[in-house]
Ligand binder design. Structure first.
Ligand code: DGJ
Length: 702
C-alpha cells in the first residue's frame, strides 16, 4: 500500500495497485470521506477536500452522507456508527488528537494509519490498512479516565461506515439462505431508506453471509463494484442506506440490536472486528477475484498449501460408528486416493445419538476400546491424515460435564433453558469454561496423532444470560473472543493441525473465523445440483481453497432423493476442496474404480482450482453453467448441464483470462486451440441430456 499525507497533516490518501481511498479532517475536526475508487494523486484528494460543504438548513444536515465514521449527537441524522452513553449524557463530541502510521514491513501491505480522537475519557482510534486493493477498517475504543470515573456504555460500536459516491440506480447484491440452502446470490434495486441484514443468533448464521456488494450496471466482468465484508463470527449487523442525495452508506459491526452492547470501565478497551471493503471496475467477477487473492494472501492460514482430499462418513453412518467400521471405510477411502480421513460425531462420551455426550471429550469405550489412537495409527499406516469432529462450545444436559457444572451454560435465572438439538450453549465468556475446553482439546491433540479438527457449532443462542455476572450482556461479544482465543491457542500449540469451521453446514463462515481455520463446511446440503447455486454465492467472496464439497450417495439421502451420476457429483464437488462422504461399503467395484479416477484427476487440477483465478462463465440457472480457473499457463473448466430442452444445442463456453495470441493444448486429447478462438467463439462442451458434467484442461503452449 502507499500512504500519502498532505502537508497540512489533515488529508490522508491510501492507494493499492488499482484503487485509492482518501479522508480529510476539517478545521472543526469533522472527518470527511473524500474518495474511494480509481487511483488518484494526493493533489486530487486535496482538491476534493477544499470543496465547501453544502449550505445548512434546519431540516438537513450537511455532514450526513459525508462523514467517515458518523457518531451519535449534534447535527447528524444518519445511522450512527458510534453511540455512547455515560451516567450523565449520550452521544460523542470528539476532538482530533493525532495521527500515527505503522510500517507493516516489506511491500507496505501491512502499513497502518491510525487517526486518534478524544471525547473526555473516551479515546476513539480509527484504523486503516490497505492490502492489495482491500481497505481494512476497524476501531479501538478506550476508557482512559482515572479511578472513580464512571463506566462508558457502548450502545453501538460499528467497525466502519463506508460511503459510496453519488450514482443513479444503485443495486444491492447479498448472499442469503437458511440451513441446507446457504449463500444464494440475490441482486435487487436499492431504494431510499435502509436495508439491514445480520444475525441475532450468536453466530454468523446461515441466513446471510456478512457481505454486500453495490453496483449500478456492472456485469460479471465489467463495471464498477463496491463490496464489503465483516470479519466477525457472532451476531452482527450491516445496514445499507440509500441517502436522499444518491449516495450510499454501509455501516456494519458486531452485534444486532442490544447484542452489541458493551460497557467499558476505566482502563478498558474494545476493539471492533475488521470490516473490509474493496472497489473495482472489473465487474462482479473482478471483485470476487480480488477478495480471493486478498484472503489467500492475508486472511486464511497457510493458503499456499493445497488442501487434501477428505473422507467423512457422517452422511453415510451418522452416529452409528465403531472402530472396526471406520477402519473398513478408511481402507476403501485410501484405495480411491483419499488423503485425510475424518471421524465425525459419535466417537466420544455417551454420544450414540444427539441426545447425550456433548461436553465429554473422551473416546466412547464401547466404540473405541483403546481410545482413538489405534484408528489414528491405522489411518496413518494407510497413508492418510487423521481428523476428528468436535463441538466444544456445546453441552448435552445428559453429560458428565453438565451434571458437574450446570452453571457453565448460558441461562437466564428462573427461566427455562431452551434446548435445541437437545443441547445448551456453554458460556465461553467464562474463563473456567475456556480453561476446561483448552485442557480437553489440548489433551486430545497431545495424546492422539490428530492432523485435522472439524469444529462444529449446532445451535443458536437463545437464553444469553450469565447469572452472578455484573454485566451479562458482554457474553455476546466475549463468547466470540473466547472462541478465537481457543482456536488461536490450539493452533499455536499444535501448528501441524488444520481446523475446519462448521456450523450445521455454513452457519459460521466469515473473514474472522477464516483467519484461524483452514477450510469451512459450505453446507449440509450435498445434493450436487443444489450445490451449484450455493457454491456460486459462496464464490462471490470466498476462494475455492476454503470451500469443502463432498461427493455423497445417489439417490441423495439427506434431502431430496435426487439421482445423479458419479460424474456429475464429482465435477460439482471438484469446484472446491474435494471430499467424499458416501457409504463406500455400498459402492460397487466399478463405482470405486471410477471414483479413484476422479480423485486422481482432481489432484492434478487441484493447484489451479485452489490457487487460481476464478471466472464464473455461466450462472447455474437451469441450463449450462460453468466456472473456469486460471493459474499461470494452466486453465481448468468445470461445466454442468442441468437440463437440455427442445433438443436445442448447448451453447459454447466463451472462456476468459486467456491470452488471445497464445495457443492452448488439451493434455488429454492433444487438441489445439487459439486463445482468441476460445475467448471469442468458445469451447464446445459436448454435454447433453440432464445432469451432465465435464472437466476440461488446457495448457498454454510455450
Ligand atoms: C452438522 C455438520 O454440518 C455435519 O457435517 C455433521 O458434522 C453433524 N453436525 C454432526 O452432528
Amino acid at each position: 500500500m502507499m500512504l500519502e499525507i498532505a502537508g497540512t497533516g489533515r488529508t490522508w490518501l491510501l492507494s493499492g495497485p488499482t484503487s485509492s481511498y482518501a479522508v480529510h479532517l476539517t478545521e472543526d475536526d469533522e472527518l470527511l470521506h473524500l474518495h474511494w475508487g480509481p487511483r488518484i494523486a494526493l493533489a486530487d484528494a486535496e482538491s476534493l477536500a477544499v470543496r465547501p460543504l453544502p449550505g445548512y438548513w434546519p431540516f438537513e444536515a450537511p455532514l450526513d452522507g459525508r462523514e467517515e465514521y458518523p457518531v451519535e449527537g449534534g447535527p447528524r441524522f444518519v445511522r450512527p456508527a458510534l453511540s455512547v452513553r455515560t451516567d450523565e449524557r449520550r452521544g460523542t463530541e470528539w476532538r482530533f488528537e493525532a495521527y500515527e502510521t505503522e510500517d507493516g514491513g516489506e511491500g507496505g501491505e501491512g502499513d497502518e494509519l491510525r487517526l486518534r480522537f478524544r471525547d473526555s475519557e473516551l479515546v476513539i482510534t480509527l484504523h486503516y490498512r490497505m492490502r492489495h486493493d482491500v481497505v481494512e477498517r476497524w476501531v479501538t475504543l478506550t476508557h482512559d479516565g482515572g479511578e472513580g470515573t464512571g463506566p462508558l456504555e457502548l450502545l453501538r460500536a460499528d467497525s466502519a461506515t463506508w460511503t459510496l459516491p453519488e450514482r443513479d440506480d444503485w443495486r444491492l447484491s447479498q448472499l442469503h439462505g437458511r440451513w441446507a440452502a446457504e449463500s444464494r446470490l440475490v441482486r435487487t434495486d436499492l431504494t431510499y431508506g435502509e436495508k439491514v441484514i445480520g444475525s441475532r443468533r450468536g453466530h454468523t448464521g446461515h441466513q446471510h453471509l456478512p457481505w454486500v456488494a453495490l453496483d449500478t450496471d456492472a456485469t460479471e466482468e465489467r463495471g464498477e463494484v463496491y463490496a464489503c465484508a465483516l470479519g466477525w463470527s457472532g451476531s452482527w449487523r450491516i445496514a445499507v442506506a440509500q441517502l436522499p442525495d444518491a449516495r450510499v452508506q454501509i455501516t456494519g459491526g458486531a452485534g444486532y440490536d442490544d447484542s452489541g452492547l458493551l460497557r467499558l470501565a476505566a482502563g478498558e478497551s474494545f476493539t471492533t472486528p475488521v470490516f473490509a471493503g474493496l472497489w473495482t471496475d472489473s465487474g462482479h467477477g473482478g471483485a470476487s477475484r480480488a477478495w480471493h487473492a486478498y484472503q489467500r494472501a492475508f486472511v486464511v492460514p497457510d493458503a499456499d498449501r493445497d488442501r487434501p482430499v477428505l473422507y467423512n462418513s457422517w452422511e453415510a453412518t451418522e452416529f452409528d460408528i465403531s472402530e472396526e467400521q471406520q477402519g473398513t471405510l478408511a481402507r476403501r477411502a485410501a484405495a480411491i486416493g483419499v488423503e485425510l480421513f475424518v471421524v465425525d460425531d459419535g466417537w466420544f462420551g455417551a454420544r450414540t445419538s444427539d441426545r447425550a455426550g456433548l461436553g465429554d471429550w473422551t473416546p466412547n469405550p464401547d466404540r473405541f476400546p483403546a481410545g482413538l489412537k489405534p484408528l489414528a495409527e491405522y489411518v496413518h499406516a494407510l497413508g492418510m491424515q487423521f481428523g476428528i469432529w468436535v463441538e466444544p462450545e456445546m453441552v448435552n444436559p445428559d453429560s458428565d460435564l453438565y451434571r458437574a457444572h450446570p452453571d457453565w451454560v448460558q441461562f437466564q435465572p428462573g427461566r427455562r433453558r431452551t434446548e435445541l438439538r437437545n443441547q445448551l450453549v456453554l458460556n465461553l465468556a467464562r474463563e473456567d469454561v475456556r480453561e476446561y475446553l483448552w485442557e480437553q482439546l489440548d489433551g486430545l491433540l497431545s495424546s492422539t496423532p490428530v492432523d485435522y479438527v472439524k469444529w462444529d457449532f449446532n445451535r443458536c443462542f437463545t437464553d444469553a444470560g450469565w447469572p452472578g455476572e455484573d454485566y451479562p450482556q458482554r457474553l455476546w461479544v466475549d463468547h466470540v473472543h473466547g472462541l478465537y482465543d481457543l482456536l488461536d491457542r490450539l493452533r499455536a500449540a499444535h501448528p501441524g493441525v488444520a481446523f475446519e469451521s462448521c456450523s450445521g453446514g455454513g452457519g459460521r463462515i466469515d473473514l474472522g473465523v477464516l483467519a484461524r481455520t483452514d477450510q469451512v463446511w459450505t453446507s449440509d446440503n450435498t445434493d450436487p445440483l443444489d450445490r451449484l447455486a450455493i457454491q456460486e454465492g459462496f464464490s462471490q467472496i470466498h476462494p475455492a481453497r476454503v470451500m469443502a464439497a463432498w461427493v455423497t450417495d445417489s439417490p441423495n439421502t439427506q434431502l431430496n432423493g435426487r439421482v445423479s451420476s458419479l460424474r456429475f457429483r464429482f465435477v460439482s464437488s471438484m469446484a472446491g476442496v474435494l471430499g467424499v462422504g458416501g457409504d463406500l461399503t455400498k459402492w460397487t467395484e466399478e463405482e470405486l474404480a471410477e471414483a479413484g479416477e476422479w480423485v486422481a484427476l482432481y489432484k492434478e487440477i487441484r493447484p489451479v482450482v485452489q490457487r487460481g483465478d476464478l471466472y464464473r462463465l455461466r450462472r447455474p440457472a437451469g441450463g449450462l453453467s460453468a466456472v473456469q480457473y486460471v493459474l499461470g499457463d494452466e486453465t481448468v473448466v468445470l461445466a454442468w448441464l442441468q437440463a437440455q430442452h427442445y433438443g436445442e444445442p448447448v451453447p459454447a463456453l466463451r472462456l476468459r483470462g486467456l491470452d488471445p495470441s497464445a495457443t492452448y493444448e488439451c493434455p488429454e486429447t492433444g487438441e489445439i486451440y487459439r486463445g482468441a478462438v476460445l475467448l471469442h467463439r468458445g469451447l464446445r462442451t459436448g454435454l447433453k441430456g440432464d445432469l451432465d458434467a465435464a472437466v476440461f484442461r488446457l495448457r498454454r503452449v510455450r
